[in-house]
Design a protein around this ligand. Sequence first.
Ligand code: PEP
Length: 249
Amino acid sequence: MRRKLAAGNWKMNGKLADLAVLERIGATLPDPGCDMLVCLPATLIQPAAGLCESTALRIGAQDCHTAREGAHTGDIAAAQLADAGASAVILGHSERRADHNETSATVRAKAEAAQAAGLSLIICVGETLTERDAGTTLDVIGKQLNASVPDSADAASLVIAYEPVWAIGSGRVATATQIGEVHEFLRARLIARFGAQDADGIRLLYGGSVKPDNAAEIFAIKDVDGALVGGASLTADDFCPIVTALAAS
Ligand code: PEP
C-alpha cells in the first residue's frame, strides 16, 4: 500500500508573516491520515521547519542546483536545503523547465544531487496544450520520465507528479480519463524500468488546479496517490480540506 501524499507548492509566494498558515494546517490536522508537505521559497524553509517540527506537516523546497557546493551565485545546493530542514524537493516543475530552460538531463542531475543530500524527490512531468492537441502527450511524458529520473531512484524517495502544463494555475483540470490514462502509463513505464516490486511503491501525484471542490473526484481515480497543489496550498482553508479528502479516498 502506498501512503498518500498531499504536497503544496507555494512557488514565489510567502513571507515570514505567512508562516501562520502552516501553523494552522499543523494544528487543524494533527493526525491527517496521509503524508502532508509544503514546498516553500528557500527563505522560509528554516523558520517553517522549526515551527512545524512537532506537527505532521513536513517542509520541502522547490529546486536545487546540480552541484554539491561552489561558485554558483544565487543558487542553492541540496545539502543547504536539507541543512535548513527540508525533507523533499520539487524538481523539473514546468515553470522551471519553461522559465529557466531546464532540460530533463538537468532535472536528472539535480535529482542525483538531491538524493545525495538525503532529500526525497518530487519529479514533475507534463505536456503542453499544443502537445496534447497534437496527440503526443504520452510520448512527451515518457521521454521526460525516462530522462529525468535517475537509475538510482528508489520507491522510498521518489514521487512523480503528473502536471499538465495547461492545467497549472488555469482553473482547468484534466478529466478523469486523461489523468487515469497518464497515471496508468506512468506506472507501466516505472514497472518496465524498475521492476514491479519497486515501481509499485512509487507515488504518483496529479497537479493542476486541484481545489477543495474537485479533490475527492481526482483522488478517486486509479493510481492517483495524492496531489501537488499550487494556489490552494496558500491558505489553510483550502489546503486542509484537500488533505482530508485525500485521507478519506
Ligand atoms: C503547481 O504549482 O504545481 C500547481 C499544480 O499549481 P495550481 O494548483 O495552482 O494549478
